[in-house]
Design a protein around this ligand. Structure first.
Ligand code: GLN
Ligand code: ZN
Length: 765
């Protein structure tokens, strides 16, 4: 029985990678310093896993920005707009090209927009979407996988290199021309993979982990065929290399027969998300194939229930024998925070709740513990675990009768506005008096160092609450002044008081608990610290009313109240695993509803309830979609339906494709939706047109993930595309998303240009 970790968090125990990346981007540290930090982080991870006694230790799970971007560089899949940059650089592996693809590039006469970014399956991690065009060629540009394998070797640690598999790499990418055939692309791509695998073999690698998580998705026969083609060729090219094919985030279901006939040495399955697949797999597994059983959840922060895991592992052992079973995490630990032991502040995380939890490092030891228990070494570990599980199941701090009663009393009327949209639109028109192409932003303004320092100082006690409030009020004042001078129509207060759009609410709601250092990578250098929902949720006091009313008092223009929606709060938190997600979400919806009603009462006429995570919450299999969408849309409606017709409800979603869920988006019945569309050149808007989407809509006219300042002309052009698709009356003008990660100078310039574009449009129509 061997132990197997699929991947480890790479940001560092104190977000060292984030800090080093950002310092490098702003020229504060050298490339050498950045590389040194990265080397140290990799070394720490390997040593942690090595010391714990893990057999299959991953390498190449490190990435400066994103593992899919790494694969693009590895295979030379460089989008055409970066070719000139690539050629101008001395080394093709230069981080300049790498970061340019990730973040956009506007320097030395080059001007290229960043690659598109999208959610990694149903996680809150984002990857950069590979782009394949008609002239697509692949070649080994930089063998990072080999470099990192050797780096570990040099410090005496034998690792299992991790690669995103060729088929998933292609399926997760974007095919720029329809004429492009996947089999032909695969044929061109495979030689690069084979070259990498051979180089690893020559360097002494034994196990290679190839991630093919697309095997848990609905696949067409043609897509299934790609796997057969790919693995037959790979097997032939590297007969002696041990291939561990991993699947995670779901069950293999109808891809089981396909997967079990692939010529690999071991197969990994996720038994946390799909425990029911074990029986099928055990029956279908060909002789000789090893099975890696993912029993320790890589997606949450709760302690493993050893009894549950042992049941599964024992079943596998009974069918296959010990030699053929590997004990593993369900997926990479990338999606969990680093180390629970860093949580030492008992006023933040009480010992009672902390004792229910496990982070990446603890999960590594859980994998080891399961092995030890099975080997008869550690009865006590099992007993302690059983005790903890029982204590949590019955803990009084989790269950609140009043919350459960309110939920049970919900009626359909609670999920419906008073009138239909056309009537509301009229009422809102009268109250708001907005011009055509009204301009707005999505909520947050730059979270500058000063602002973040304020919050840190308040936490440390270096400034008083009054001092903090005064400073935040000043920031709001400045932002209102700026927005007025820019002539934006619907203003925002800027969200300066918020550390994060979910954490801010979680901190004020009951049933949530926080960590000090529970950071998880979201994209690139951006990390989030998800709240933990451990018990029944309710709101005890207003959460945003004071700030929004203050901001409204500074201007005659409408000030938009800004809330995070129930589904997003759920999606971006670590959730309880002791009740259905739908139930937790409706509890949150009721809490947000109370806030929406209070905002209206305080004179706020436009209220935005952000639901960027609705799309990412979609189950991976289409058969499961509708039941999810039903409760997700209901939760949103419950949260916003307490207001009068004249109060305008906005929602906002980013990184979403709407093609297959447009009727559900319409069913949300939001008066205005703002969406991210600029990176796709308004392509994402087309489905709203085909659907005859009746509501108002703000298709983002510029990408906020890049520091690049968009020109008036390019935004005007996007808006011109928009009015080809939807009635001009319904079009709003706004960026793709909030501006918190941007700096002020570029923000101001971009917004100035954006307003100019809107004004152009008013003249044009
Ligand atoms: N209102 C939030 C902001 O502006 C929305 C963020 C998001 O959609 N991710 O930051
Ligand atoms: Zn957004």
């Amino acid at each position: 029985m061997q132990t197997n970790i699929l991947g480890y968090p790479r940001i560092g125990s104190n977000r060292e990678l984030k800090k080093a990346n950002e310092a490098y981007w702003t020229g504060k540290i050298s490339l050498e310093k950045l590389q040194l930090t990265a080397r140290q982080l990799r070394r720490q991870n390997w040593e942690t896993l090595h010391q714990a006694g893990i057999d299959l230790i991953p390498s190449n799970d490190f990435s400066y920005y994103d593992q899919i971007l790494d694969m693009c560089i590895m295979t030379g899949a460089i989008p055409a707009r970066f070719q000139a940059l690539k050629e101008s650089l001395v080394t093709p592996s230069s981080p300049e090209l790498y970061f340019a693809m990730a973040r956009g590039y506007q320097k030395n006469g080059f001007d290229a927009t960043a690659m598109e970014m999208t959610k990694w399956f149903d996680t809150n991690y984002h990857y950069l979407v590979p782009e394949f065009d008609a002239s697509q060629e692949f070649s080994l540009l930089y063998n990072k996988c080999l470099e990192e394998f050797k780096e570990a070797q040099a410090i005496g640690i034998h690792t299992k290199p991790v690669l995103v598999g060729p088929v998933s790499f292609l399926l997760l990418g974007k095919i720029k021309e329809e004429s492009l055939q996947l089999p032909a692309l695969l044929d061109k791509l495979l030689p690069v993979y084979i070259q990498v695998l051979q180089s690893l073999y020559q360097a002494g690698a034994t196990w290679i982990q190839i991630d093919e998580p697309t095997l848990v998705l609905d696949l067409t026969p043609a897509q299934q065929d790609l796997f057969l083609q790919a693995y037959a060729k790979i097997r032939k090219a590297v007969p002696a290399l041990k291939l561990l094919l991993t699947t995670y985030f779901g069950g293999l279901q109808d891809n089981t027969a396909l997967t079990t006939q692939l010529p690999v040495d071991a197969l990994h399955i996720d038994l946390v998300r799909a425990p029911e697949q074990l029986d099928t797999l055990l029956a279908a597994l060909p002789a000789g194939l090893q099975l890696s059983v993912g029993v320790v959840n890589g997606r949450n922060i709760w302690k493993n229930n050893y009894d549950t895991s042992l049941l599964l592992i024992n079943k596998a052992i009974a069918a296959l024998g010990r030699e053929r079973v590997l004990i593993a995490t369900s997926c990479s630990l990338l999606h969990t925070p680093y180390d629970l032991e860093l949580e030492t502040d008992e006023s933040v995380l009480t010992p009672q709740i902390k004792n229910w939890m496990a982070f990446a490092k603890q999960k590594v030891y859980e994998v080891i513990a399961l092995k030890d228990i099975l080997n008869g070494h550690d009865e006590l570990l099992l007993q302690t675990n059983q005790h903890t599980m029982q204590e949590r199941a019955t803990a009084a701090i989790i269950h609140k009768p009043a919350v459960k009663a309110r939920l049970a009393a919900l009626t359909p009327a609670d999920a419906a506005r008073k009138s239909i949209f056309t009537a509301r639109q009229k009422a809102q028109e009268e109250v708001l008096q907005l011009p055509l192409f009204p301009t707005t932003t999505i909520g947050s303004f730059p979270q500058t160092e000063d602002i973040r320092k304020l919050r840190a100082d308040l936490k440390k006690g270096d400034i008083t609450k009054e001092g903090y409030d005064t400073a935040i009020r000043k920031a709001i004042q400045d932002s209102v002044q700026l927005q007025e001078s820019l002539r934006i129509d619907v203003l925002v207060h800027g969200e300066f008081e918020r550390n994060d759009m979910v954490e801010y609410f979680g901190e004020q709601l009951e049933g949530f608990v926080f960590t000090k250092n529970g950071w998880v990578q979201s994209y690139g250098s951006r990390c989030v610290k998800p709240p933990v929902i451990y018990g029944d949720v309710q709101r005890s006091t207003p959460m945003t009313v004071e700030w929004s009313s203050y901001a409204q008092s500074l201007t005659n223009k409408p000030m938009k109240g800004m809330l995070t929606g129930p589904v997003t709060i759920l999606q971006w938190s670590f959730v309880r695993d002791d009740q259905p997600r739908a139930e937790t979400t409706l509890q949150i919806a009721l809490a947000i509803r109370d806030e929406v009603v209070d905002l209206e009462q305080a004179g706020i006429r436009v209220i935005q309830v952000d639901e960027p995570a609705i799309r990412e919450g979609l189950p991976l299999r289409q058969a499961d979609w509708q039941s999810y969408l039903d409760w997700a849309v209901k939760a949103f409606r419950v949260s916003v339906s307490g207001v009068e017709d004249a109060t305008q409800i906005h929602t906002h979603m980013c990184y979403s494709e709407f093609n297959d869920i447009i009727s559900n988006i319409a069913a949300m019945d939001a008066d205005v939706i703002t969406i991210e569309t600029s990176r796709s050149q308004m392509e994402l808007l087309e489905v709203f047109s085909t659907f005859h989407y009746p509501y108002e809509i703000g298709p983002g006219v510029y990408d906020i993930h890049s520091p690049r300042v968009p020109t008036v002309a390019e935004m005007t052009e996007l808006l011109e595309k928009a009015i080809q698709l939807l009635p001009a009356r319904n079009i709003w003008v706004n960026p793709d998303c909030g501006l918190k990660t941007r700096k002020w100078p570029e923000t101001e310039q971009a917004l100035r240009n954006m307003v100019a574009a809107a004004r152009n449009m008013r003249v044009a129509v």
